[in-house]
Design a protein around this ligand. Structure first.
Ligand code: IPE
Ligand code: IPE
Ligand code: MG
Length: 244
Protein backbone atom coordinates (compact mmCIF):
# COMPACT_ATOMS: atom_id res chain seq x y z
CA UNK A 1 0.00 0.00 0.00
CA UNK A 2 1.39 3.37 -1.01
CA UNK A 3 1.18 6.04 1.68
CA UNK A 4 0.41 9.60 0.57
CA UNK A 5 3.38 11.84 1.37
CA UNK A 6 1.10 14.81 2.07
CA UNK A 7 -2.50 14.56 3.30
CA UNK A 8 -4.71 17.66 3.44
CA UNK A 9 -8.01 17.59 5.33
CA UNK A 10 -11.01 19.92 5.29
CA UNK A 11 -12.35 19.35 8.80
CA UNK A 12 -16.08 19.67 8.23
CA UNK A 13 -19.30 18.65 9.94
CA UNK A 14 -18.73 19.47 13.61
CA UNK A 15 -22.01 21.36 13.86
CA UNK A 16 -24.16 18.75 12.11
CA UNK A 17 -22.58 15.94 14.14
CA UNK A 18 -23.50 17.73 17.38
CA UNK A 19 -27.00 18.60 16.18
CA UNK A 20 -27.63 14.93 15.40
CA UNK A 21 -26.85 14.15 19.01
CA UNK A 22 -29.17 16.91 20.26
CA UNK A 23 -26.16 18.95 21.37
CA UNK A 24 -25.07 22.56 20.62
CA UNK A 25 -22.62 23.24 17.76
CA UNK A 26 -19.95 24.16 20.32
CA UNK A 27 -19.93 20.54 21.54
CA UNK A 28 -19.14 19.44 17.98
CA UNK A 29 -16.22 21.86 17.86
CA UNK A 30 -14.85 20.58 21.20
CA UNK A 31 -14.97 16.95 20.07
CA UNK A 32 -13.68 17.94 16.62
CA UNK A 33 -10.68 19.56 18.29
CA UNK A 34 -10.00 16.44 20.40
CA UNK A 35 -10.25 14.36 17.24
CA UNK A 36 -7.71 16.56 15.48
CA UNK A 37 -5.18 15.83 18.21
CA UNK A 38 -5.94 12.10 18.03
CA UNK A 39 -5.83 11.88 14.22
CA UNK A 40 -2.67 13.97 14.00
CA UNK A 41 -0.94 11.42 16.27
CA UNK A 42 -2.28 8.51 14.20
CA UNK A 43 -1.25 10.09 10.90
CA UNK A 44 2.23 10.66 12.30
CA UNK A 45 2.42 7.06 13.62
CA UNK A 46 1.60 5.55 10.24
CA UNK A 47 4.46 7.54 8.71
CA UNK A 48 2.80 10.32 6.69
CA UNK A 49 5.30 13.22 6.51
CA UNK A 50 3.05 16.20 5.73
CA UNK A 51 -0.38 16.97 7.16
CA UNK A 52 -2.30 20.18 6.47
CA UNK A 53 -5.70 20.83 8.02
CA UNK A 54 -8.29 23.52 7.33
CA UNK A 55 -9.56 24.79 10.67
CA UNK A 56 -10.88 28.33 10.01
CA UNK A 57 -11.46 29.99 6.65
CA UNK A 58 -11.50 33.67 5.67
CA UNK A 59 -15.24 33.12 5.06
CA UNK A 60 -15.81 31.71 8.56
CA UNK A 61 -15.77 35.30 9.96
CA UNK A 62 -19.33 35.49 8.60
CA UNK A 63 -20.51 33.10 11.33
CA UNK A 64 -22.18 34.41 14.48
CA UNK A 65 -20.01 36.37 16.94
CA UNK A 66 -20.76 33.75 19.56
CA UNK A 67 -19.56 30.82 17.42
CA UNK A 68 -16.40 32.71 16.38
CA UNK A 69 -15.63 33.39 20.05
CA UNK A 70 -16.05 29.70 20.92
CA UNK A 71 -13.81 28.67 18.01
CA UNK A 72 -11.10 31.21 18.91
CA UNK A 73 -11.10 30.01 22.52
CA UNK A 74 -10.72 26.44 21.30
CA UNK A 75 -7.79 27.45 19.07
CA UNK A 76 -6.18 29.16 22.09
CA UNK A 77 -6.36 25.90 24.05
CA UNK A 78 -5.42 23.73 21.08
CA UNK A 79 -2.26 25.73 20.31
CA UNK A 80 -1.09 25.19 23.90
CA UNK A 81 -2.01 21.49 23.91
CA UNK A 82 -0.21 21.06 20.62
CA UNK A 83 3.12 21.71 22.34
CA UNK A 84 2.90 18.20 23.84
CA UNK A 85 2.21 16.52 20.49
CA UNK A 86 5.12 18.44 18.98
CA UNK A 87 7.56 16.60 21.22
CA UNK A 88 5.78 13.24 21.05
CA UNK A 89 5.58 13.28 17.26
CA UNK A 90 8.78 15.25 16.65
CA UNK A 91 6.80 17.47 14.35
CA UNK A 92 7.27 20.96 13.06
CA UNK A 93 4.12 23.05 13.22
CA UNK A 94 3.26 26.06 11.09
CA UNK A 95 0.11 28.08 10.76
CA UNK A 96 -0.91 29.06 7.25
CA UNK A 97 -3.25 31.95 6.46
CA UNK A 98 -3.15 35.58 7.48
CA UNK A 99 -2.51 35.83 11.23
CA UNK A 100 -3.18 39.59 11.33
CA UNK A 101 -6.89 39.34 11.98
CA UNK A 102 -6.33 36.96 14.91
CA UNK A 103 -6.17 38.31 18.48
CA UNK A 104 -2.63 39.31 19.61
CA UNK A 105 -2.43 36.53 22.23
CA UNK A 106 -3.28 33.92 19.57
CA UNK A 107 -0.59 35.40 17.32
CA UNK A 108 1.90 35.10 20.21
CA UNK A 109 0.94 31.45 20.83
CA UNK A 110 1.44 30.74 17.12
CA UNK A 111 4.94 32.27 17.18
CA UNK A 112 5.78 30.27 20.32
CA UNK A 113 4.59 26.97 18.85
CA UNK A 114 6.35 27.55 15.52
CA UNK A 115 9.54 28.52 17.29
CA UNK A 116 9.61 25.62 19.78
CA UNK A 117 8.94 23.10 16.98
CA UNK A 118 11.27 24.52 14.33
CA UNK A 119 14.01 21.89 14.65
CA UNK A 120 11.76 18.81 14.41
CA UNK A 121 11.48 17.11 11.05
CA UNK A 122 9.73 13.74 11.46
CA UNK A 123 6.40 15.25 10.42
CA UNK A 124 5.35 18.68 9.12
CA UNK A 125 1.96 19.77 10.44
CA UNK A 126 0.20 22.83 9.05
CA UNK A 127 -2.97 24.34 10.44
CA UNK A 128 -4.89 26.76 8.22
CA UNK A 129 -6.29 29.56 10.40
CA UNK A 130 -7.92 32.60 8.81
CA UNK A 131 -6.88 30.97 5.56
CA UNK A 132 -8.39 31.45 2.10
CA UNK A 133 -6.81 30.21 -1.13
CA UNK A 134 -7.65 33.44 -2.98
CA UNK A 135 -6.39 35.56 -0.09
CA UNK A 136 -3.14 33.54 -0.05
CA UNK A 137 -2.61 34.17 -3.80
CA UNK A 138 -3.41 37.89 -3.37
CA UNK A 139 -0.98 38.22 -0.47
CA UNK A 140 1.69 36.37 -2.49
CA UNK A 141 1.21 38.53 -5.59
CA UNK A 142 1.26 41.72 -3.50
CA UNK A 143 4.64 40.79 -2.01
CA UNK A 144 5.97 39.63 -5.36
CA UNK A 145 5.04 42.92 -7.06
CA UNK A 146 6.63 44.87 -4.21
CA UNK A 147 9.88 42.91 -4.56
CA UNK A 148 9.80 43.33 -8.35
CA UNK A 149 9.39 47.12 -7.99
CA UNK A 150 12.37 47.20 -5.68
CA UNK A 151 14.42 45.27 -8.26
CA UNK A 152 14.76 42.20 -6.01
CA UNK A 153 13.57 39.68 -8.64
CA UNK A 154 15.59 38.23 -11.49
CA UNK A 155 14.69 39.67 -14.92
CA UNK A 156 12.41 37.69 -17.21
CA UNK A 157 9.24 35.71 -16.83
CA UNK A 158 7.61 35.00 -13.49
CA UNK A 159 7.83 31.21 -13.07
CA UNK A 160 5.56 28.82 -11.15
CA UNK A 161 8.44 28.20 -8.73
CA UNK A 162 8.78 31.92 -8.10
CA UNK A 163 5.10 32.45 -7.29
CA UNK A 164 5.11 29.24 -5.27
CA UNK A 165 7.88 30.60 -3.07
CA UNK A 166 5.65 33.57 -2.10
CA UNK A 167 2.73 31.38 -1.00
CA UNK A 168 2.17 30.14 2.56
CA UNK A 169 3.67 26.73 1.67
CA UNK A 170 7.09 27.40 0.11
CA UNK A 171 9.09 24.22 -0.48
CA UNK A 172 6.25 21.99 0.72
CA UNK A 173 5.25 19.20 -1.68
CA UNK A 174 1.68 19.58 -2.93
CA UNK A 175 -0.93 17.41 -1.18
CA UNK A 176 -1.27 13.91 -2.68
CA UNK A 177 -4.63 13.27 -1.04
CA UNK A 178 -7.35 15.74 0.01
CA UNK A 179 -10.01 14.45 2.39
CA UNK A 180 -13.22 16.38 3.04
CA UNK A 181 -15.54 15.02 5.71
CA UNK A 182 -19.30 15.39 6.13
CA UNK A 183 -20.65 15.13 2.60
CA UNK A 184 -19.91 18.51 1.03
CA UNK A 185 -18.06 18.19 -2.27
CA UNK A 186 -16.42 21.58 -2.66
CA UNK A 187 -13.09 23.20 -1.83
CA UNK A 188 -14.44 26.18 0.13
CA UNK A 189 -11.37 28.23 -0.89
CA UNK A 190 -8.78 25.71 0.38
CA UNK A 191 -5.29 25.52 -1.20
CA UNK A 192 -6.46 26.49 -4.69
CA UNK A 193 -2.94 26.56 -6.13
CA UNK A 194 -1.52 23.53 -4.31
CA UNK A 195 -4.41 21.13 -5.05
CA UNK A 196 -3.91 21.31 -8.84
CA UNK A 197 -3.17 17.56 -9.17
CA UNK A 198 -4.30 16.21 -5.81
CA UNK A 199 -6.61 13.18 -5.53
CA UNK A 200 -9.90 14.08 -3.79
CA UNK A 201 -11.72 11.85 -1.30
CA UNK A 202 -15.15 12.86 -0.01
CA UNK A 203 -16.88 11.02 2.80
CA UNK A 204 -20.23 11.51 4.53
CA UNK A 205 -18.63 10.81 7.91
CA UNK A 206 -18.51 14.07 9.94
CA UNK A 207 -15.13 15.16 11.29
CA UNK A 208 -15.74 14.29 14.99
CA UNK A 209 -16.48 10.68 13.93
CA UNK A 210 -13.61 10.35 11.44
CA UNK A 211 -11.26 7.73 12.88
CA UNK A 212 -8.37 5.44 11.88
CA UNK A 213 -10.77 3.06 10.09
CA UNK A 214 -12.08 5.92 7.95
CA UNK A 215 -8.54 7.11 7.25
CA UNK A 216 -7.59 3.60 6.10
CA UNK A 217 -10.55 3.65 3.69
CA UNK A 218 -9.37 6.96 2.23
CA UNK A 219 -5.82 5.65 1.78
CA UNK A 220 -7.15 2.42 0.22
CA UNK A 221 -9.15 4.40 -2.29
CA UNK A 222 -6.15 6.64 -2.98
CA UNK A 223 -4.22 3.49 -3.87
CA UNK A 224 -6.81 2.57 -6.48
CA UNK A 225 -6.39 5.90 -8.30
CA UNK A 226 -4.34 6.28 -11.45
CA UNK A 227 -2.30 9.34 -10.47
CA UNK A 228 -1.01 12.00 -12.84
CA UNK A 229 1.90 14.37 -12.22
CA UNK A 230 1.47 14.10 -8.46
CA UNK A 231 5.17 14.25 -7.67
CA UNK A 232 6.18 17.14 -9.91
CA UNK A 233 6.74 19.74 -7.24
CA UNK A 234 8.34 17.34 -4.78
CA UNK A 235 11.00 16.22 -7.28
CA UNK A 236 11.80 19.81 -8.16
CA UNK A 237 12.17 20.89 -4.56
CA UNK A 238 14.56 17.98 -3.89
CA UNK A 239 16.68 19.05 -6.86
CA UNK A 240 16.69 22.56 -5.49
CA UNK A 241 18.08 21.33 -2.15
CA UNK A 242 16.33 21.90 1.15
CA UNK A 243 12.63 21.15 1.29
CA UNK A 244 11.86 23.56 4.09
C1 IPE B 1 -16.13 22.47 10.73
O1 IPE B 1 -17.41 22.17 11.13
C2 IPE B 1 -15.43 23.45 11.62
C3 IPE B 1 -15.20 24.78 11.05
C4 IPE B 1 -15.49 25.14 9.82
C5 IPE B 1 -14.62 25.77 11.92
P1 IPE B 1 -18.64 23.12 10.80
O2 IPE B 1 -18.74 24.15 11.86
O3 IPE B 1 -18.53 23.66 9.42
O4 IPE B 1 -19.85 22.13 10.91
P2 IPE B 1 -21.07 22.00 9.92
O5 IPE B 1 -20.49 21.88 8.54
O6 IPE B 1 -21.88 23.24 10.08
O7 IPE B 1 -21.77 20.77 10.34
C1 IPE C 1 -14.72 24.79 5.30
O1 IPE C 1 -15.82 24.41 6.05
C2 IPE C 1 -13.79 25.56 6.12
C3 IPE C 1 -13.14 24.81 7.19
C4 IPE C 1 -13.25 23.55 7.41
C5 IPE C 1 -12.32 25.62 8.03
P1 IPE C 1 -17.16 25.31 6.05
O2 IPE C 1 -18.17 24.50 6.74
O3 IPE C 1 -16.88 26.64 6.59
O4 IPE C 1 -17.43 25.42 4.49
P2 IPE C 1 -18.70 25.91 3.72
O5 IPE C 1 -18.96 27.30 4.16
O6 IPE C 1 -19.81 24.99 4.07
O7 IPE C 1 -18.33 25.82 2.29
MG1 MG D 1 -19.24 23.15 7.57
Amino acid sequence: MKLPNHIAIILDGNGRWAKNKGMPRSYGHIIGCDNLEKMCNIICEIGVRYLTVYAFSTENWKRSKEEIKILMNLFRKYLKRCEKSVKKNQMRVKIIGDPERLEPDIQRSICKLEDMSKDYDKMFFRIALNYGGRDEILRAVTRLVKDARQGKLPQGKISEEMLDSYLDTPGIPDPDLLIRTSGEQRLSNFMLWQLAYTEFYFTDVPWPAFDKKELDKAIEQYNERDRRYGDVKEEKSKEGGACL
